[in-house]
Design a protein around this ligand. Structure first.
Ligand code: TXE
Length: 488
């Protein structure tokens, strides 16, 4: 792909064929809003229902495919993603706005996810090795526990990681023998299409994988409402996640949600302060803070509070904000005009509620028109809205803690529970924190953003619902357990 190329064949992939739609849309480059990235077909409810029927008809055949067949398909997809990480990374950076190095790394990780689940297909979750034989309590009876695919799964994904979040849903779904209807976020249609285009050439039977690009309200809702969709995996905002959960659970569909965070990074007085500042900058501001694992609350022990804030302010001052494709940029634009307006409104809220402004928080002008803003830092109190609500932008706040116990209490004082980090050289505090932080993932002397692709991902409380994603744990959602008894 070349810089500036307009992708024009961005169509639905239904039952093994590329389909146009009654209406089309365009996606623009947040680094340079004069540049169109893609002209894409916008599916309607009818096309979504076609895709669901195709997946339903494909399920019996695909669910009885051999583990080797499924492994080969996933391995081919993973290999092509890795081979094309540079040009797909260019597309990602152009359509979503994260810097080119981050975008290339995300595509590579999506390739590694597919290769991991190629192995999972062989190790078995569904229809094979993932089970166990147990001696019965009754003489002569054989008991075995196996895992079978769930059926037709609807996968609904957000705009902020448009290759790797779809990958960590599509790969296990196919590995475990399910058929898929994938709906990417409206902001990043070409990324969803580019991934689907690779999958369409991986020798899957028609209908086993389908792509429908369109609005959450219409196409997403069609997946949620259809009695033919057995399971839904949703990643997005808490509000929309709640809607999906209520609608799907009411018809007893299986549901998995990943819905945001208000993650804390605790910095104790005994921490290596430079390392703590690095963790804060990377965790809170890279990808313009548009990661659910972003550390938007920096909880700092009083003894080092002022020194930490001074160092962090200096680092923010030195960050380079600019065009996602420009070499040496630390942070690109935020994803679209609406997000920029929301982020700037949050800066206003912070000031109005009495948080102390330390740095940034204003729109920036660059050589090309884009949604640029400087990273914002405030000193806040726990009751401030900027310390309680997810912002999903480059805005973090510092909370002062008297000691470790108060820092832990502040860390857990949130309706979310995705991840939490601590910077400390005390093994005692690190071990206590790992056990007592009420989250799905903990980090010690590491940023809260940036996780491995082969181990469980997910949170508690308002951050998640249902089984964890990724790694071997993905079998919990993408398979169902069967216990067999036989009198030999
Ligand atoms: O979410 P939206 P966005 C969260 C992050 C932030 C949000 C950003 O915390 O809050 O995602 O992503 C579709 N029925 N996470 O703005 O708007 C919509 O079309 C069915 C958390 O995209 O909720 C899109 O495809 N579908 C995560 C998807 O839902 C509907 C990691 C998400 O859209 C729908 C990354 C409906 N009624 C981001 N309404 C984590 N915790 O791991 C919308 N959609």
């Amino acid at each position: 792909m070349i810089h500036g190329e307009i992708h024009q064949n961005v169509r639905q992939y239904i039952n093994g064929r590329w389909e146009t739609s009654a209406t089309t849309g365009v996606s623009a480059n947040p680094s340079d809003t004069s540049e169109v990235v893609a002209e894409y077909a916008r599916a309607d409810r009818r096309q979504a229902e076609f895709a669901i029927r195709a997946a339903t008809e494909a399920f019996p055949h695909w669910s009885h495919s051999t583990p080797q067949r499924r492994a080969d398909v996933l391995d081919r997809i993973g290999a092509e993603l890795l081979a094309r990480k540079d040009d797909l990374g260019l597309l990602l950076a152009r359509e979503e706005g994260k810097t080119l190095p981050e975008a290339v790394a995300e595509v590579a990780r999506a390739g590694q996810v597919f290769k991991f689940f190629a192995g999972e297909a062989l190790r078995g979750g569904a229809g094979g090795g993932g089970g166990e034989n147990i001696a019965s309590v009754r003489a002569g009876v054989q008991v075995d526990v196996t895992r079978e695919p769930v059926g037709v799964v609807g996968l609904i994904t957000p705009w902020n990681s448009p290759f790797v979040i779809p990958a960590w849903k599509i790969a296990p779904a196919l590995a475990h023998g399910n058929s898929v209807v994938f709906k990417p976020a409206e902001l990043v249609p070409a990324c969803g299409w580019a991934l689907a285009e690779i999958i369409s050439r991986a020798a899957l039977p028609a209908g086993a994988f389908n792509l429908v690009m369109g609005s959450g309200r219409e196409v997403g809702q069609a997946l949620v409402d259809s009695a033919l969709v057995d399971a839904l995996s949703f990643t997005g905002s808490a509000a929309n996640g709640e809607r999906v959960l209520q609608a799907a659970a009411s018809r007893r569909a299986k549901v998995q949600l990943e819905t945001g965070g208000k993650n804390a990074l605790v910095v104790l007085a005994d921490a290596d302060l430079d390392r703590a500042v690095d963790c804060a900058v990377q965790g809170a501001y890279f990808s313009a803070g548009q990661r659910c694992t972003a550390s938007s609350r920096l909880i700092v022990e009083a003894a080092v509070h002022d020194a930490f804030v001074a160092k962090l302010r200096q680092r923010l001052k030195e960050l380079k904000i600019g065009h996602a494709l420009e070499r040496g940029m630390d942070i690109g634009p935020v994803a679209d005009e609406e997000r920029l307006a929301q982020n700037l409104a949050w800066v206003g809220i912070a000031r109005e509620e009495g948080a102390e402004h330390v740095w940034g928080g204003e729109a920036l002008q660059r050589a090309t028109a884009g949604h640029y803003m400087s990273p914002a830092l405030f000193l806040a109190r726990p009751e401030h809205r900027i310390a309680r609500e997810e912002i999903f932008g480059p805005l973090a706040c510092v909370l002062r803690a008297g000691d470790y116990d108060e820092a832990l209490a502040l860390c857990n004082d949130t309706p979310f529970g995705l991840c939490a980090g601590i910077c400390t050289n005390s093994l005692k505090h690190a071990m206590h924190f790992r056990r007592h932080a009420v989250v799905g993932m903990t980090m010690v002397n590491l940023p809260t953003a940036g996780v491995d692709f082969h181990v469980p991902f997910g949170g508690r409380k308002g951050s998640g619902y249902g089984p964890r994603e990724q790694g071997r744990h993905a079998a919990e959602f993408y398979t169902t357990v069967k216990t067999g008894y036989m009198l030999a």
